[in-house]
Design a protein around this ligand. Structure first.
Ligand code: PSV
Ligand code: MN
Length: 386
């Protein structure tokens, strides 16, 4: 059994990345419900992210989405993040919200559109250079709606060309994280629909190309932890976009829909040596009806709880049972850890870090929600235009 002190040390150093867009307005294609106090600028998003980090001690990085977080002076934005005790995390490219991308971006049949998309991806690497971000996160909405609409083979060729050009541009220590998604917005064929396609492209590109697993991007019933185990074994798990789903890409709070799945994923992370800075633990969520900052705090806590339980698995008992073919004993070793109430342990971890053991209570008592509601009046609230 891992000593409790080692478990606590691992939890103290856990570092998640929250998404800038989760602080802004979002919704479904039916309606966006604007919330009072929502940030108007990237700096205000960082202000909110700093509150999440202050109350959890576990969310020191903020992922940006370009152009949603476009500013004139990126070094100044990164310096502002540092002043708040944060750092800029992954730069998320956006080649899915321009009229030119109706038939795709880097896989579009027209070379001029492909060039435009590639230029945006390269611009994102320029932004990484000046913000000190390590990771470029690529998700492509590219795909087709109808059989025969375009040549599936050629689209893979075009994708490979674009990825190679971006890979070539990466500096030392920078990585490309390729995200896959089963469907949406393309309904017939998606150009990067699954981990296998992402992995095949990354393998060709080199070690700086890694797969990112968004937990909402699979068919119902998919064994996501198997994918995690396999990618870790192949040294190609770049990171996660954590969120919860009931049906499709619901983007609900991580661990809300299926905390057991999150535990199983975190167990494979721990087992496969992935609980390290080499894995980017990002959230990718939208808080459409619930208050955003406490929802993000809750999500961070849910990931921490799943991690704590995964770290508490008695590895010796588990492998002994596995070697002996003791099916029930092996299963019990996992379930005992999952059934542990780790909230007191995490409260101790937070006290060790010098923060309030009750992050949500502390946030409510801080008065931040009232402050932003009264101060952030006027201007245009941030949102991603759903
Ligand atoms: C696509 O559904 C995705 O998961 C990608 O990570 C995007 O960048 C993000 O959502 C935008 O919310
Ligand atoms: Mn995602």
């Amino acid at each position: 059994m891992t000593a409790v002190s080692a478990v606590k040390a691992a939890l103290r150093s856990q570092a998640l990345e929250t998404p800038s867009w989760a602080y802004g307005n979002s919704g479904t294609r039916f309606k966006v419900f604007a919330q009072p106090g929502v940030p108007r600028t990237p700096r205000e998003k960082l202000d909110d992210a700093a509150r999440v980090h202050a109350h959890t001690g576990a969310a020191p990085a903020v992922a940006l989405h370009i152009p949603w977080d476009r500013v004139d002076d990126y070094p100044a934005l990164a310096a502002y993040a540092r002043e708040l005790g944060l750092r800029i995390g992954a730069i998320n490219a956006n080649v899915f919200q321009d009229d030119d991308y109706r038939l795709g971006s880097v896989t579009h049949p027209d070379p001029a559109v492909r060039r435009k998309a590639l230029d945006h991806l390269l611009e994102c690497v320029d932004i990484m250079d000046v913000t000190g971000s390590r990771d470029l996160k690529l998700w492509f909405a590219d795909g087709t709606n109808y059989p025969g609409q375009d040549d599936l083979h050629l689209r893979q060729d075009r994708l490979a060309d674009a990825l190679a050009a971006v890979y070539e541009r990466l500096g030392e220590g920078q990585r490309m994280l390729l995200e896959y998604k089963l469907f949406e917005p393309a309904f017939y064929a998606t150009d990067v629909p699954d981990w296998g396609t992402a992995y095949a492209h990354c393998l060709k590109l080199g070690d700086q190309a890694q797969v990112v697993v968004d937990t909402g991007h699979h068919a119902p019933g998919t064994n996501i932890e198997f994918i995690v185990a396999l990618l870790l074994r192949e040294r190609r798990l770049g990171g996660f976009d954590f969120n919860s789903r009931f049906y499709a890409d619901d983007d609900l709070m991580a661990g809300a829909a299926d905390p057991f799945q999150l535990f199983r994923i975190m167990y494979e992370v721990v087992r496969g040596g992935g609980l390290s800075p080499d894995t980017a633990f990002m959230l990718d969520q939208c808080h459409n009806i619930e208050p955003k900052i406490p929802a993000i705090i809750r999500s961070v806590m849910n990931v921490q709880e799943a991690t704590a339980k995964a770290l508490l698995v008695d590895g010796d008992a588990l492998s002994a049972a596995q070697r002996e073919g003791d099916v029930l004993g092996a299963n019990a070793a996992l379930m005992d850890a999952y059934a542990t109430d780790v909230r007191p342990l995490l409260a101790e971890v937070r006290s060790d870090l010098g923060i309030d053991p009750d992050p949500l209570g502390a946030y409510q008592r801080s008065g931040w929600a009232d402050k932003i509601r009264s101060e952030r009046v006027g201007g245009t609230q941030a949102g991603w235009g759903a």
